[in-house]
Ligand binder design. Structure first.
Ligand code: VGL
Ligand code: ZN
Length: 200
């Protein structure tokens, strides 16, 4: 059985010029496109927040971007407003071959809960449905790429490994936000969860 390629959040707001730009976020697009032909399925994830989402610093009086607040489900980093539903920033990078996608899965649409992972919202219990899709199509191995290494790729890869998928993250086709050591913590966490990290 071939693997499924999971492309995390390659959207304008995470690329240079975007609201939550990740350095070099646009440099991975061609390499990701080149992997699509070898995959048994291509899944794109799309961060998709309603205006006023609870993960936005602008929704919390007295807080700024990158502050951390306590939510009912645990600590949450506050972000600049980004990936607002149907806005240009929420669209995929123009160069990404979105026509090759079997499935586009949107996440972060619940106003009260953020969703870094492609599998579960940040409460760690509300499923997105992606597990069922992949299992019913028979996939056991996943290759993950995209943005950002230390947030949505990290949470998606660790959840997938916990669910029992064999997971490889192509770190050369990811880029990180890297807040206060979050990249190293993500690498350590993914490794501990049994995720294979490779850079080619
Ligand atoms: C992401 C922060 C907020 C990501 C999404 O795609 O890594 N990071 N929303
Ligand atoms: Zn987001």
């Amino acid at each position: 059985m071939p693997h499924a390629l999971i492309v995390i959040d390659v959207q304008n707001d995470f690329c240079p010029g975007g609201a939550l730009a990740v350095a070099g976020g646009d440099q991975i697009v061609d390499g990701i496109n080149a992997l699509m032909g070898d995959a048994g399925a291509v899944v794109l994830t799309q961060d998709w927040h309603p205006a006023g989402h609870s993960s936005f610093a602008s929704s919390h009086a007295g807080q700024g971007p990158y502050d951390v607040v306590e939510m009912p489900y645990g600590p949450q980093v506050l972000w600049p407003d980004h990936c607002i539903q149907a806005s240009p920033g929420a669209q995929f990078h123009m160069g990404l071959h979105r026509d090759k996608a079997d499935l586009i899965i949107r996440k972060g649409f619940n106003p009260e809960i953020d969703s870094y992972s492609a599998f579960f919202e940040n409460d760690k219990s509300t499923p997105t449905g992606l597990e069922g899709y992949l299992r019913t199509r028979g996939f056991e191995k996943l290759v993950m790429v995209g943005l950002a290494t230390d947030f949505c790729v990290n949470f998606s890869a660790v959840d997938a490994a916990k669910l029992g998928f064999e997971v490889e993250v192509r770190t050369d086709l990811c880029r990180a936000i890297d807040l206060d050591g979050s990249l190293q913590a993500a690498i350590d966490g993914m490794t501990a969860a049994g995720v294979a990290l490779s850079d080619a």
